[in-house]
Design a protein around this ligand. Structure first.
Ligand code: PLI
Length: 460
């Protein structure tokens, strides 16, 4: 029987450490100014605790490192590919695998195959690279996530759910023929790492099946979503993460995966499919953009580390500790009175910058400003997920997302509870002097995915 309170602890011990550089305020001021007040442009050496992303930043296990030594670096037919293929089949339940160098490689291929000019792609909130590939292929993304997802304070337990009425309206308006698939993500990143429920997914499956529309799953953080289903959805409390992951996937036709997150590797991804015809085309296209269909831009050793990482990622103790650490940090921030997205998500804490800095209008980039201020305070690097990340529409106008957030993304198996304390204290410091903080203007804007390389100046 489960006790009411069950503390988590890391299901591993530390065998090797990487020393961190502590910096002074004046050093950080210079570094931030040289980086154009964009945390993506900071040098990693100037960062103390790096919460820019959970992508490719996880610590690999000794098993994974041992697997790296077992790399079969043949150009074709590497044994590591076959191992990965078997793991993807067994753990995720998809029939066919096309490896890619990372998630966006899979998104590119899938979008080129399934999307025609003028198509509509409904999804449970956009993700930056996913939507861009859909647009580059001639499609238009339509947000069909439930309204609760756009409200940082709404504590609905499954804010990643699809609003089926919104989807039905789109089907009525455009016709099912113009909708090649529904782009469904688990642990919705831009909403704050919010899960979709299995009930909602089953309903989505029933509706799309009626209209002959595919469901394509962005399964980048599927195991973290499975954890929330286990914790919150009736009937799943005694199911393992592995079982829940498999069930989620069973209601979808294929998936794009950035293995740099859930799957605990520093590089890698794939496209997984159940439909032979789409697979055939993808297997052909991958040779154009990534590499041969048995390596897709990866070394044999990368595929081996990924296969082992996938197995480790669906371990219940691993996920419990991983999400437990994120929740620990979020609860600390709440104790300090700092406004964050609730419920706390799976891969990071998202500060509500509109509420944190209500005096800064959205076109003066409150989240970008706040990310810079946290770095200046303590050397903790975070990232903007607001108006800068949202970019511009095809007609050149800015998207103005309701959510204007700063993401504190927690790499897996990397930082300790003491680091979490230091991070929360730094945010509390910045919160204490929030009224004195001024916004910024953008002085350089690249054409694609501007958040990566844009530069800013502080307003006087
Ligand atoms: O960074 P990639 O190309 O391996 O994966 C792209 C990608 C696709 N879907 C989702 C939900 C992501 O979160 C994602 C990448 N995310 C990054 C880099 C992040 O920092 O969240």
């Amino acid at each position: 029987m489960k006790t009411l309170k069950q503390s988590w602890a890391e299901p591993y011990k530390i065998k090797m450490v990487e020393l961190l550089k502590m910096t002074t305020q004046s050093h950080r001021r210079k570094a931030m100014s040289e980086a154009g007040f964009n945390t993506f442009l900071l040098k990693s050496e100037d960062v103390y605790i790096d919460l820019l992303t959970d992508s490719g930043t996880s610590a690999m296990s000794d098993h994974q490192w041992a697997g790296m030594m077992m790399g079969d670096e043949a150009y074709a037919g590497s044994r590591n590919f076959y191992h990965l293929e078997e793991v993807v089949k067994n753990i995720y339940g998809y029939k066919y695998l096309v490896p890619t160098h990372q998630g966006r490689g899979a998104e590119n291929i899938l979008s080129k195959i399934l999307i025609k000019k003028g198509d509509i792609i409904p999804g449970n909130m956009y993700f930056t690279t996913t939507r861009l590939h859909q647009e580059l292929a001639g499609g238009k993304f339509e947000d069909i996530i439930i309204d609760e997802a756009h409200d940082p304070e709404n504590e609905f337990p499954f804010k990643g759910n699809v609003d089926l009425e919104k989807l039905e309206k789109l089907i009525k308006k455009y016709g099912a023929k113009r909708i090649p698939y529904v782009s469904m993500a688990t642990s919705v990143n831009m909403a704050g790492g919010q899960p979709i429920s299995l009930k909602n997914l089953k309903d989505l499956r029933a509706l799309t099946k009626k209209h002959g529309i595919r469901v394509i799953h962005d399964m980048t953080r599927v195991a973290e979503n499975a954890h929330f289903i286990q914790q919150r959805e009736k009937g799943y409390e005694h199911k393992s993460i592995r079982e829940i992951v498999k069930e989620i996937n069973s209601y979808t036709d294929g998936a794009t995966m950035s293995a740099k997150k859930d799957a605990l590797v520093n590089i890698g991804g794939f496209l997984a499919l159940n439909d032979w015809d789409v697979f055939e085309e993808a297997r052909n296209m991958v040779v154009v953009y990534e590499g041969l269909h048995t390596y897709g831009g990866l070394a044999g050793r990368d595929m081996e580390a990924m296969a082992i990482g996938i197995l480790e990622s669906v371990n219940d103790n691993h996920i419990h500790a991983r999400v437990g650490q994120v929740i620990y940090l979020g609860e600390k921030m709440i104790e300090y009175g700092v406004p964050i997205v609730k419920p706390i998500g799976g891969h990071g804490i998202f500060l509500d910058a509109k509420k944190f800095l209500p005096h800064i209008p959205q076109d003066q980039f409150p989240a970008q400003t706040l990310a810079a201020e946290v770095y200046l305070d303590s050397g903790v690097r975070t990232m903007e997920r607001g108006v800068v990340s949202a970019g511009r529409k095809a007609n050149g106008e800015n998207y103005y997302p309701k959510l204007e957030l700063v993401r504190f993304t927690i790499p897996r198996r990397v930082y300790t509870q003491a680091h979490m304390d230091v991070i929360a204290e730094s945010v509390a410091n910045v919160y204490g002097r929030r009224n004195k903080i001024k916004g910024m203007k953008m002085v350089y804007e690249p054409k694609y995915l501007r958040f990566f390389q844009a530069r800013f100046e502080k307003l006087k």
